[in-house]
Ligand binder design. Structure first.
Ligand SMILES: Nc1ncnc2c1ncn2[C@@H]1O[C@H](COP(=O)(O)OP(=O)(O)O)[C@@H](O)[C@H]1O
Ligand SMILES: [Mg+2]
Length: 486
């Protein structure tokens, strides 16, 4: 068994780690596999964890699990030597396209340095000693010393499917390792491999199912949620890493503590990996000249597609989840940047504000382009395509030239109106308008103009949570604050 080091407590004997020879299959990195797309299971199919009571993770959960899950858990314990001494599997908490995630108790927690344990750090408060000890106190004290009791420590065990390519597994673990000290990013505690089975050990993070809380989020709740997500994105992007799969199931959020962590770096990559020059990185003049000289530019608008197209097909990384892919990914930009994660975060915000999940529900990339074009209109969408050398033509009658603004979309999807002349509607209030203004910055079709995570954290919308803090001086908000809040 090979494992990634977990730092033992000083002067403690670490358990024996067998290091495999260097020829071993964990030594990878030049896997030739070219992944241009990862179709992930739809959100609806993903098994998501629900809020559990923090204490009793008992046999109740185990016995309630379906037989095949119990069998899989037993197999995992059998397959990895020494596993049962280290972890007690409790239940399955997630199942995706590439892994199954279990909740487990960390049985050897006390043997290691556990810098990852934020809860423990916060719980370790100084307790004053009793002023004078009675005999009973002393007895209690000694009994406590004989049997040290602490709350069980939980971890999430991510069993990566053996069908995943070694390069992909290595990539995920390596990026998690690089990002281990980043705020709001779930750190990697350790990882094991035995033959072809790799498991990653992460701190267990209590979270609720997005579908259970997003409809009840106030604007401040939404700002707190996004502040946490953008804090994670800021550090990930500062490392020039693209997450590529920002969506609610990959951002574990606990509405009770208002904390969130970003997980699942299975599709993440370093910016510039396999990149080839794309027109979007050229000046507008160069882009215009290239568009005019192109076959499409010279032939003018055409319906259909050429029968004998001799041009090589365009290849670009399209990894991600449908409904969350940025327009540049759909247009197969060959020089994608960290901004694609900002678009996906924008889709989460749009979902919360519109109270619709999933907001986009396309079967493929062309349908996804149609959905986006319906909102933004053909004029902006054509311009967005040209940025990456793509000509967009459509005869779909429901796609208008100018599209709709996001404020309208949100009003419609929440069955509200701005009231128009009769003033009977429920228009957006000042904070909601601020949220929509922020949303427009996240969902800019042009990635170079889209807000960055660092800029986002400076935006007034993401500063809303600070309003409740001492020292914040309320600004003179205008009359719009009198409107009804829903
Ligand atoms: N550290 C964790 N704490 C609690 N639950 C987790 C943790 N990591 C993952 N999960 C649960 O498992 C699910 C799948 O994990 P993820 O890393 O996204 O795997 P996949 O690549 O299969 O999507 C998540 O949506 C979440 O519900
Ligand atoms: Mg996932």
């Amino acid at each position: 068994m090979a494992s990634v080091a977990r730092r033992p407590l000083p002067e403690e004997q670490p358990f024996a780690i067998h290091q495999d020879a260097v020829t071993d299959e964990i030594e990878m990195g030049d896997d030739p596999e070219q992944r241009t797309e990862e179709i992930r299971a739809p959100e609806e199919e993903e098994v998501m964890a629900s809020i559990e009571s923090s204490e009793a993770e008992s046999s109740e959960a185990e016995s309630a699990a379906p037989t095949h899950v119990v069998r899989d858990m037993e197999r995992l314990g059998d397959d990895i030597p020494g596993f049962r001494e280290k972890y007690r599997l409790i239940k399955r908490i997630g199942e995706g396209t590439f892994s199954t995630v279990y909740k487990a108790e960390d049985l050897q927690y006390d043997r290691y340095l556990n810098e990852w344990d934020i809860e423990e750090k916060e719980a370790t408060k100084w307790v004053p000693p009793p002023v004078r000890r009675t005999q009973d106190d002393r007895d209690d004290h000694f009994r406590a010393q004989e049997q040290p009791r602490r709350r069980p420590k939980y971890v999430a065990i991510k069993k990566i499917y053996v069908t995943s390519s070694p390069a992909r597994i290595y990539n995920e673990l390596e990026l998690l390792h690089v990002l281990r000290n980043c705020a709001s990013v779930c750190p990697l505690i350790t990882a094991f491999r035995h033959t072809d089975q790799v498991v990653a050990i992460l701190p267990y993070f209590r979270h609720a199912d997005f579908r259970d809380y997003f409809r009840h989020m106030t604007i401040t709740d939404t700002a707190i949620y996004l502040r946490s997500l953008f804090t994670a994105l800021e550090s990930v992007h500062a490392h020039h890493i693209l997450h590529r799969d920002i969506k609610p199931t990959n951002f574990l959020y606990d509405p009770a503590t208002k904390r969130g962590v970003l997980v699942d770096f299975g599709l993440a990559e370093r910016e510039g990996t396999d990149a080839r020059p794309c027109l979007c990185h050229e000046s507008p003049t160069v882009r215009r000249r290239r568009a005019e000289m192109s076959v499409a530019g010279q032939a003018g608008p055409q319906q259909g597609y050429p029968k004998a197209d001799t041009r090589p097909s365009r290849r670009a990384n399209r990894a991600g989840t449908r409904g969350f892919r940025a327009p540049e990914v759909l247009f197969k930009c060959t020089e994608q940047t960290t901004k694609l994660d900002i678009w996906s975060a924008g889709v989460i915000l749009l979902t919360i504000l519109s109270r619709r999940f999933p907001f986009f529900n396309s079967a493929d990339d062309v349908e996804a382009l149609v959905e986006i074009a319906t909102i933004f209109g053909t004029k902006k969408m054509k311009a967005a395509g040209l940025l990456h050398g793509c000509v967009l033509e459509t005869t779909i009658p429901t796609i208008g030239l100018g599209g709709f603004n996001l404020e309208k979309i949100i009003l419609w999807s929440t069955c509200r109106t701005d009231g128009g002349k009769d003033g009977q509607g429920q228009p957006l209030d000042a904070e909601e308008k601020l949220a929509v203004e922020f949303l427009n910055r996240c969902m800019d079709l042009d990635p170079s103009k889209r807000i960055s995570a660092t800029e986002a954290l400076q935006h007034d919308f993401l500063k809303l949570p600070e309003k409740g803090l001492p020292g914040y001086e309320e600004e003179d908000l205008d009359d719009e604050m009198d409107f009804v809040t829903v």
